[in-house]
Design a protein. Structure first.
Length: 322
């Protein structure tokens, strides 16, 4: 009777496949090291060329920088803003259609077209208390977590450029592009109206709260009278006084909410506004050390491949002629 495979057999087969793959990679690396020793006159120059290519790619005139800013969304959802911003990655290149290119879409001059790699990152609220705790740069925050939730009205915008001097121009054009969406404008008008109503409601409640607490404290104070002797203990006298119950905790909570809504109203001037200007990271993406390392690895792999072709050229010829 044939043995029916079970879960243990599947795990065993996977482990054996992984082991064979590791052994195969190990054998290739060992053979590359041997070729490097035997054909050093081929491997060494090509590897040096790879390092030189890395140095050239990381030259100062070709430095690539990340530029980031925090956007506040007044009406549009974070998902809708993400889709619109990252849609700039799908614009046609200049050599295919100049009219549909990124420069034309954003209205950039020809000398300021070196901008690409548009990405967005969600802001995370770990306790669902309305406070931003961190930016999900790795994009691995769980969506099913009921405490670690996404902030619905904030988003981090990021792009890359080789022309830091044009960052103010990029900011102006990108914000004009984001706010040109008609649906974003409709959502913004509705949000603005609701925020103004909430602000007026808070102002009315503040006046009513002031009058209410003043009347309550006056009534409580009048009913209590002056301090009096309330207890005699041993040979001494103990004086007691009734205290007015204050509503400071409730009042403080109200004014904190009022301050938050006033701040949000101050930012509510367009569908998408920036909390601050776009800021460039001081560390380039194509740093010299990283580019030299990558160039060295790529050059070495390419060099050993060429050395292997030269070394085993007769076997390769026989295989092709078979």
């Amino acid at each position: 009777m044939d043995h029916e495979p079970n879960f243990f057999d599947a795990c065993k087969a996977c482990a054996q496949s992984i082991g064979k793959a590791i052994n195969w990679i190990r054998d290739i690396i060992i053979e590359q090291i041997r070729l490097t020793w035997r054909k050093w006159w081929i491997v060494l120059p090509i590897t040096i060329l790879g390092i030189a290519a890395g140095v050239y790619y990381s030259r100062p005139a070709n430095k690539i920088y990340k530029v980031e800013a925090i956007a506040i969304l007044n009406g549009p959802t974070a998902e809708a803003a993400r889709i619109r911003f990252e849609a700039l990655n799908n614009i046609a290149p200049v050599w295919i259609s100049e009219e549909q290119s990124l420069g034309k879409m954003l209205g950039l001059p020809a000398e300021a077209w070196r901008i690409n790699h548009f990405r967005t990152f969600y802001m995370q609220d770990c306790l669902a208390d309305g406070t931003v705790d961190y930016i999900d740069l790795k994009q691995k925050a769980p969506l099913t977590d009921t405490l670690n939730v996404r902030v619905p009205d904030m988003l981090m915008l990021q792009f890359r450029t080789k022309d830091p001097k044009f960052i103010p121009l990029f900011e102006e054009k990108i914000m004009a592009y984001m706010n040109a969406d008609p649906q974003f404008e409709q959502a913004y008008q509705l949000t603005r109206t609701n925020m103004e109503r909430e602000h007026q409601f808070d102002m009315d409640q503040a006046e009513k709260l002031d009058s209410l607490t003043s009347s309550f404290y006056f009534a409580e104070g009048a009913s209590m009278g002056a301090p009096q002797i309330v207890e005699k203990k041993y040979s001494g006298l103990v004086l007691g006084e009734r205290r007015i119950r204050l509503f400071l905790d409730e009042i403080q909570d109200f004014y904190q909410q009022k301050h938050y809504r006033e701040t949000r109203l101050a930012y509510c001037t367009a569908p998408v506004v920036l909390q601050n200007h776009f800021v460039m990271s001081m560390r380039a993406v194509n740093r010299r050390s990283i580019c030299m390392l990558i160039g060295c690895i790529i050059g070495w792999i390419l060099a050993t491949l060429i050395a292997a072709i030269i070394t085993y050229r007769h076997e390769i010829k026989d295989w092709l002629s078979y």
